[in-house]
Design a protein around this ligand. Structure first.
Ligand SMILES: [Mg+2]
Length: 166
């Protein structure tokens, strides 16, 4: 089960320790979209999230979005954040993660994946050797297919709950 355990587990993206990532040699962050940056199927980025991305970029991190959602939605959020993105990513398959690494021109060991799902975001990224950051989902509403994974996810979360940084 260890291959499903993230390297960092946080209440939300704002709890991510940027300096710790720098020390670990991380140069780029790949973000999931739904329930990681915005509630599921919402396009409302908070001022806080926008400011946090500014901070990340100021610190020299490259960023992009890798989402299983559709082009229209991913493009809209990417434009708001002024970062590149990949839609219909089919996570946990590795293809989209590889594309993201090429796009950002970074190596797997220099890259962190930030997402709210163990069986797509964490599993997919771990298969490529990325650093993995699991966030607590923003809202409980989500794609029906996700709910089955959530049941399995509970088994993993039980083992890592003591590590949660809020
Ligand atoms: Mg998600």
């Amino acid at each position: 089960m260890r291959f499903l355990h993230p390297d960092m587990y946080v209440g939300s993206i704002k709890n991510i320790d940027i300096q710790k990532l720098k020390k670990a040699g991380i140069k780029a962050l790949i973000f999931d979209l739904d329930n990681t940056l915005v509630p599921w199927n919402s396009s409302e980025l908070t001022e806080e999230t926008l400011a946090w991305f500014k901070e990340l970029h100021k610190e020299g991190f490259k960023t992009c979005i890798v989402s299983n959602n559709n082009r229209q939605r991913v493009t809209k959020l990417c434009n708001l954040l002024e970062i590149p993105g990949i839609h219909k990513a089919s996570k946990p398959r590795r293809k989209a993660f590889r594309r993201a690494l090429r796009m950002l021109q970074v190596k797997p060991e220099e890259t962190a994946m930030v997402g709210d799902q163990v069986f797509t975001d964490v599993l997919g990224a771990k298969r490529l050797g990325l650093y993995t950051i699991l966030v607590v989902p923003i809202s409980k509403r989500e794609f029906i297919g996700t709910r089955i994974n959530r049941q399995l996810e509970k088994l993993v979360l039980r083992r890592i709950k003591h590590r949660l940084i809020q």
